[in-house]
Structures are given as structure tokens and as C-alpha cells.
Write a protein that binds this ligand. Structure first.
Ligand code: C2E
Ligand code: CA
Ligand code: CA
Length: 745
């Protein structure tokens, strides 16, 4: 749960981080865009100003040339005042208000017929000093804003100034020149001096006051003070100034560009004032499209993220499904069962039930694997249909299922299992299968925290009555708990026991029924505990078969028997072949034949004196088994089929020349006396002999059984009737009693 939460938190954090990164990147892009837009606006303003300045300079140059030509006309004119009238026709052509000539005393004659004293005017004084001059805005007597352009009139010899020629233009005309073509005609330009005084009249929203643009700005909005200060500073520094100003309602860009200084005029500044939104609108489409693009990218990114998360989730679900779903039944497998139990979503206390079908293997063998799978699928379906919320059903392996059920008491639980059992048994006729015997091992649990242990206990409970047909369920009880603990203890002690040689070999003789002579023996292991008690193999062999330790024990026994044979032989006794049990798990080691052979060689014994017993149920018809048996045979081992007839024998294996001897299981020997049993045994012995195999009868307890086996020409007999398994020392006495016919070389 902790890991899951940590993963979830990690994923959420990653997603949040991705979103934050995305937004930061978008924010950064937008701010870059804003900076870029501002730069673009500055560039636009500068370009516009430059364009205006160029236009203005060209116009002023033309006017000055015109003025110069007028002045040169006047030069040497004997009656300049009378000559002024001559210029009257060109006044309108040059878009002027009037043209005038002033004597050095300042008395001027104008084309409109007026005479004026302009001696105090700067443009007059400047021209008298020899400068070509352009005035700032002057107000006429009738309140009209004008600009005067003046030039000196030189004497014909060019040595002295004889007067001043000047042209008065309406500031309107100046304005015409300044009218900015860009900004869709919504920008306003003007020329000012450094102190803000207008050279050319201003038209637009921000009206100058007293012909001074700064006064006008401050009057329009007191908040402009800072901006005005900055503009002044920028202009005084000789550079440009760009500020945002306001008229109280609207924002404007105020751009001041220095105009190259020319003689005859003060330092001019070209001012462009344009509403902020006009300019912003120009960059807005770019901003909008970039913003849209960013939005699309972010959405795309998030979409990709979501798609990724979705597919990741799907994949995980699929992985989970594969990992936690059983392929045969489509239901949960044991891992899923385990996870769900540990998840705690099943509500604590309940019953873990191990479900098995008795004899499923034979159904599988006789009806085929696909029919077997069909049966498992149907069985899984029944179990699934019977579990409620907070209950579980899972397929463990082959015919093993597990349930987790809630029930108010044991009786109700048994009723439920009884019902399930009925449903399962009803499958047999429907699926044309032999009688089905479901078995339930039950473990009551207080919590779902230990699924493995609970399922293990339920399995133990089921194993308890595996061979009983009268029971269909069993509860894991105290006795089993103790047994489980004992088993656990034995598992823990195994390594030490091997090291300390706590396993001792007992020998059960095999006699010839005809002669009553000791012919062979089977080595049977016992565990001598440090306290001296003896544990029979039935207690630990199945346990070690389950946990895999059996292969080591088999090898240990094999080695001990070889050593014993060597010792007996060295002691001058006539040894008889001793068979050693080889469990199914040992056969999984492909090099077992070589390993056993090297043990044989190490002890210097012969394979004539060591035989191998392989239980019938361990033998399958696989190529690997064939190879193994061949390997044993080529080493010279005789192979005995153990427990023949106890399970479902495949007679075809008899035809394969796998075995040298058949050990008829006690269960068949016990049938001696019944006519069917007698004929069955007779047939088996005949069959074995036909295939050149000898026959041993196991578990012979009665004289009648032994007598019958004599009649059948059974080759030897092993059973309590002759002898129980004996400790090595007692078996040695038996050997010693036999005549010393041959010794191991
Ligand atoms: P098994 O190989 O079928 O051995 C025969 C078992 O039947 C022995 O039990 C033996 O004592 C018992 N028996 C023999 N004659 C009679 C009889 O007349 N009446 C009755 N009721 N029982 C008889 P044991 O020694 O308790 O061994 C049980 C099983 O443990 C063996 O069955 C064998 O499967 C396994 N086992 C014993 N030793 C070893 C071993 O070293 N390795 C392996 N893998 N399994 C072993
Ligand atoms: Ca045996
Ligand atoms: Ca046996």
C-alpha cells in the first residue's frame, strides 16, 4: 500500500511539475513576446520619427532655398519696400502666409501691405546676424500660430547685410509636413525645443499649454510628472526618450527623437505621440497568434501527457491482468488472491478454503488436457458465482482452488460448501465426465494478513482426508497445527541432521517364496533424533518431497547404502542387492546417473548390488525420462517400479523396456483371496514375465498371500510375513547367517 501511495504521489508530482514547467515556459514566452513587442514599438516609433524628420528637413530646405532666392532678388534692390509687392503672387504658390522684407532698423514691409516693426523678433535679429533662421511658434496679433523663416539680404558686393528677407508660414503648414503617415494616421508629431516649447503647433488629444508641451502634459494628468522628468532628462542627455503618458483617460507613448542640429535654429526634438492601444493593436495579432500557439502547445503537451498516462495505465492494467489472471479459468490466480488478502479489502476474519478435485489427474489423463481445462474452467465459474462481496475465489494450480469466505458460523459455512460441492458434482453428467469428488480444507482466520500460512493450513487440512471418500471437508485444527509446527521444525533441522548423520538405514529383506532364501533387500531410511527417538519416513519423506530436500536425502541414503555394502563385503559377508528409493524430485537432476555412478565408484561397489526403486507415479513417457532410464541402464543399474498398481498405471511404460522388476503394491497384495484379485495378480505376474521383468510382492503379511505368490512364481516377497525393516546390525546378522557365496571385488 505504501509503495502504491508513493508511486501515486510521484506520478502526481511529476504531472504537477510538467504543468508548472509548461506554464513557466509559456509565461517566459509571453514575457519575451512582450519585450519583443516593446522593442518593435520603439523601432516603429523611431522609424516614424526618422521619416517625419526627413520630410521636415526636405521641406525646410526647400523653404530656405526659396527664401535665399528671394533674398538674392532683394540684394541690390534700390527700393526694397516697393519690391516686396512683386512677391505677392508666389505667396500662395509657396503656401506661405506672407513674405516680408525688413530694413536693418526692423521696419518690415509685408506682401499683405502691412508695415510692422519686427526689430524685437528673434528671427529678424538672427538674420541680421547673417543666419538663416527658422522660428518656433509665434502668435500673430489676431491669434494665429505661425512660423517665420528669415534670411539676411546682402549688399551686391556681399560685404554687408542690407536687410532681412522673411516668409511667414502658418504653423498649420508645418503640421501638414509633420502629419505622420504611419499608425493609420492616428499618431501625432510635433517639433519642440528642449524646454518643451513648440516649434510647430500641435494637434491632437494632448493639447500643449502656453505653447509648451510639458506644461500641457502636466496639466492633462498630474501623474505624468515622472514621465515628463524622464523625458526631459532623456532629451537633455542628447538621446531619445520614450515614456508612457496619460491624458487622464487614455495611455500614450511619448517618443522624443533628437533632430540633427542645424545653424539658424535651436536644438529641435521630433515628438511622436501615439495612443498606446494603437501601437499595441499593431503587435496584438502576433501576440494573439503566439498566445494561441502556446495554448495549443500546452494543450497538446497536456494531451500527450494524458494519452501517455492513459496508455501507461492500460499497459499496467494489462500487465496486472496477465500477472494476476489465471489463463485456464480467466479468474484470479494465487498472486491476485494473496494481494487482495493483504490489501485488507476483504474485511478481516473469515475462512480460507483450499478446494481440490480428487483424482483430477486421471480425468486429465483419460479425457485429455483440453477436457481437463474445460472442467477447471467450469469449476472456476461455479466458485466465482458463489463468492459474495469481500469474498475471494482464485485458481492456484491444476485442480487446486482457493476461496476466502465469510460465514457467521462453521455450520453455515459447511452448508455453503455442501452446495458448492453439489454444483461441482452436477458438472460430471453435463460434461460426460466420471464422478467428481471435490474436497475442501478449511482454515479459520482472524485476519487476512497471512494468506500463505492460511492457505498452507487449509491445504494441510485437505491433505488430511485426501484418501477418504466419506469426507468432503476438514478444518485445520490444533492437531494439525502441532503437526505443521513439527514439520516446520523438521524442515529447519534437516541440514543439521544430514551433517550429524541422524538418518540411519534400515533394511527390509526380500525373500524367494520358492526357496525361502534371502535374495535382496530394500533400504528404508529412518531419522534418529538426538533424543534417541526414531521418526518413520512417512513423517518426513512427503515433507521433503514437497520442499525439495528429498534429492539430497536420496543421495545421502544412496551413499550410505554403498558404504554399508562395501563394509559388509569387506567384513566377508555375502552381500545381496539392496534397492534404494529414488524420489520423483531426484529425477529432475539430469546428471543423477553420473552422480550416483561416481558414488558407486568411490566406494568400489558394483551396480549388481545396488538397485533403484522409482515409484510408478514418477514415471512419465517424456523423452527426458527415457534418456534418464537409459543412462541408469547403461551404468548397469537394475530399475524397480515401486508401488505398481497403487495409482493409475500406464501399461505402455511396461513395454518400453524401462524396468527390470515390478514391485506389486501392498494394496494389490491385499486383494489376494478375492477371485478378481487373484486373477489380477496372476495376470500382472504373467505380463511382467512376458516382458522379461522379475516381480516382487510388497506388504505380504499373511502365509496365504505368500503361498499364492509361490503358485504365481512371483520372484521375491517383501513383507512383514518374512521380516519387518531391520536396523543394519540385525540385517547384518541375517547376512551372516547366509552362506558366504560371493564377495564384492
Ligand atoms: P515403500 O518404498 O513402498 O517402502 C515400503 C514400505 O512399506 C516401508 O515403509 C515398509 O516398512 C512398509 N512395509 C513393508 N512390508 C510391509 C507389510 O507387510 N505391511 C505393512 N503394513 N507395511 C509394510 P516405511 O519404511 O515406513 O517407508 C515408507 C515409505 O517411505 C517408503 O515406501 C518410501 O516411499 C519412503 N521411503 C523410505 N525410505 C526412503 C528413502 O530412503 N528415500 C525415499 N525417497 N523414500 C523413502
Ligand atoms: Ca520402495
Ligand atoms: Ca513400495
Amino acid at each position: 500500500l505504501k509503495v502504491k501511495t508513493a508511486h501515486l504521489l510521484l506520478r502526481v508530482a511529476a504531472l504537477l511539475m510538467a504543468i508548472v514547467l509548461c506554464l513557466t515556459a509559456a509565461q517566459r514566452c509571453l514575457s519575451l513576446l512582450r519585450v519583443q513587442s516593446r522593442r518593435q514599438i520603439e523601432q516603429d516609433l523611431q522609424d516614424t520619427a526618422q521619416q517625419g524628420i526627413n520630410q521636415l528637413e526636405t521641406a525646410i530646405e526647400l523653404r530656405m532655398k526659396f527664401l535665399e532666392s528671394l533674398a538674392s532678388h532683394m540684394s541690390g534692390e534700390p527700393y526694397p519696400f516697393y519690391a516686396v509687392d512683386r512677391f505677392d503672387p508666389v505667396v500662395s504658390i509657396y503656401n506661405a502666409k506672407c513674405i516680408g522684407y525688413a530694413q536693418p532698423d526692423g521696419i518690415a514691409c509685408l506682401t499683405n501691405g502691412y508695415r510692422e516693426d519686427i526689430s524685437q523678433q528673434e528671427f529678424f535679429q538672427a538674420a541680421l546676424r547673417g543666419e538663416m533662421y527658422v522660428s518656433d511658434v509665434l502668435m500673430t496679433r489676431n491669434g494665429e500660430a505661425v512660423n517665420a523663416h528669415s534670411a539676411p539680404v546682402w549688399s551686391t558686393d556681399g560685404t554687408e547685410i542690407t536687410g532681412v528677407m522673411f516668409v511667414i508660414y502658418s504653423t498649420e503648414v508645418f503640421n501638414e509636413m509633420l502629419r505622420v503617415g504611419s499608425f493609420e494616421g492616428r499618431g501625432h508629431s510635433c517639433i519642440i525645443l528642449e524646454d518643451g516649447k513648440l516649434v510647430a503647433a500641435f494637434e491632437g488629444e494632448l493639447q500643449p499649454a502656453n505653447n509648451n508641451i510639458f506644461t500641457g502634459l502636466l496639466r492633462a494628468d498630474g501623474a505624468n510628472a515622472g514621465a515628463v522628468e524622464n523625458i526631459r532628462r532623456g532629451m537633455a542627455g542628447g538621446g531619445r526618450a520614450l515614456e508612457t503618458i496619460s491624458d487622464g483617460t487614455r495611455q500614450y507613448f511619448f517618443d522624443a527623437e533628437r533632430v540633427e542640429h542645424k545653424p539658424g535654429r535651436e536644438q529641435w526634438y521630433f515628438i511622436t505621440i501615439v495612443a498606446a492601444d494603437v501601437l499595441s493593436l499593431r503587435v496584438q495579432p502576433i501576440q494573439v497568434s503566439v498566445r494561441n500557439m502556446l495554448f495549443c502547445v500546452v494543450v497538446l503537451f497536456l494531451l500527450c501527457g494524458l494519452v501517455y498516462l492513459w496508455t501507461y495505465r492500460k499497459q499496467r492494467q494489462e500487465l496486472f491482468r496477465l500477472a494476476y489472471t489465471d489463463s485456464v479459468t480467466g479468474m484470479d490466480n494465487y498472486s491476485a488472491f494473496r494481494e487482495k488478502m493483504l490489501d485488507g479489502g476483504v474485511g478481516g476474519a473469515g475462512y480460507v478454503v483450499a478446494v481440490d478435485l480428487r483424482g483430477f489427474s486421471s480425468i486429465n489423463n483419460s479425457c485429455g488436457a483440453s477436457k481437463g481445462n474445460e472442467l477447471l474452467d467450469a469449476l472456476g465459474g461455479i466458485l466465482r458465482s458463489q463468492v459474495g462481496p469481500e469474498e475471494l475465489a482464485a485458481h492456484v494450480s491444476r485442480d487446486s482452488f482457493v476461496l476466502f469466505l465469510h460465514s457467521p458460523d462453521k455450520n453455515t459455512l459447511i452448508d455453503r460448501l455442501q452446495f458448492i460441492r453439489g454444483e461441482i458434482q452436477a458438472l460430471a453428467p453435463r460434461m460426460a465426465l466420471p464422478h467428481l469428488i471435490p474436497q475442501f480444507g478449511i482454515c479459520e482466520v482472524d485476519s487476512s494478513d497471512h494468506p500463505d500460512e492460511s492457505y498452507g493450513n487449509a491445504g494441510t487440512a485437505r491433505l488430511r482426508f485426501r484418501d477418504r471418500v466419506d469426507l468432503f471437508y476438514s478444518f485445520f485444527d490444533e492437531e494439525m497445527r502441532i503437526l505443521t509446527l513439527e514439520n516446520q521444525q523438521m524442515e529447519d533441522d534437516f541440514d543439521q541432521a544430514l551433517q550429524d548423520h541422524q538418518f540411519e538405514m534400515w533394511y527390509q529383506p526380500k525373500y524367494s517364496p520358492q526357496t525361502g532364501k534371502l535374495e535382496a533387500a530394500e533400504a528404508l531410511v529412518r531419522w534418529r533424533k538426538p533424543d534417541g527417538s526414531l521418526v518413520p519416513p512417512g513423517k518426513f519423506i512427503p515433507l521433503f518431497e514437497r520442499n525439495g530436500s528429498i534429492a539430497r536425502l536420496d543421495e545421502y541414503v544412496f551413499n550410505a547404502v554403498c558404504a554399508q555394502q562395501r563394509a559388509w563385503s569387506d567384513a566377508g559377508l555375502e552381500v545381496v542387492p539392496v534397492s534404494v528409493n529414488v524420489s520423483r524430485a531426484s529425477l529432475f537432476f539430469p546428471d543423477i546417473a553420473e552422480r550416483y555412478m561416481s558414488i558407486i565408484n568411490r566406494h568400489g561397489v558394483s551396480t549388481n548390488h545396488i538397485e533403484l526403486e522409482i515409484t510408478e507415479s514418477a514415471i512419465n513417457n517424456s523423452a527426458e525420462m527415457e534418456r534418464l532410464i537409459c543412462a541408469f541402464h547403461s551404468c548397469g543399474f537394475r530399475i524397480l517400479v515401486d508401488d505398481f498398481g497403487s495409482g493409475y498405471s500406464s501399461l505402455s511404460t511396461l513395454t518400453k523396456n524401462y524396468f527390470d522388476n515390478i514391485k506389486i503394491d501392498k494394496s494389490l497384495v491385499d486383494c489376494i483371496g478375492a477371485p478378481e484379485g487373484n486373477s489380477l495378480l496372476e495376470s500382472i505376474v504373467q505380463l511382467a514375465h512376458k516382458f522379461h521383468m522379475t516381480v516382487t510382492a510388497e506388504g505380504v503379511e499373511e502365509a496365504s498371500q505368500a503361498d499364492f505368490l509361490v503358485v504365481l512364481s512371483c520372484d521375491n516377497i517383501q513383507g512383514y510375513y518374512y521380516s519387518k525393516p531391520l536396523p543394519a546390525s540385525e540385517f547384518q546378522t541375517l547376512l551372516a547367517a547366509a552362506a558366504p557365496v560371493g564377495q564384492l571385488s
